[in-house]
Design a protein around this ligand. Sequence first.
Ligand code: HEC
Length: 108
Amino acid sequence: MRISNSSLLLALSVSFTLGSAQRMEAANIEQGRRLALLYCARCHAIDKVSPSPLRIAPPFRSLHKRYPVETLEEALAEGIMTGHPSMPQFQFEPDQINDFIAFLKTLE
Ligand code: HEC
């Protein structure tokens, strides 16, 4: 009984690791860019050179200078809150977040 329990646990953790590795590979940068374009680009610059359309919104390429962009994962899942009234609240699906973070990394 103990043995089968621990091998079940092992199997679970192996498949969890594989699962997240596959998710990382599946991150679709183009899809992430499209999300940014659709939801964020009217305020934030989403490329490497332009200023933000809304001056007070930080260009996405500058975010990684303030914190690792991975830390946005949680904020995006829970609905981003900046306390700035002109920024609407967003809530992304885990797949969308993966794509979005992968896209942000291309700007670093
Ligand atoms: C209507 C305009 C608007 C839209 C649309 C918008 N933002 Fe923002 N965003 C802002 C403004 C303004 C700030 C600066 C807030 C501040 O400094 O208080 C900001 C700040 C941020 C920050 C920095 C927060 C921090 O404290 O470092 C992040 C990250 C962010 N936005 C992500 C996004 C994402 C992701 C999207 C698209 C899903 C998005 N924003 C869409 C206006 C917008």
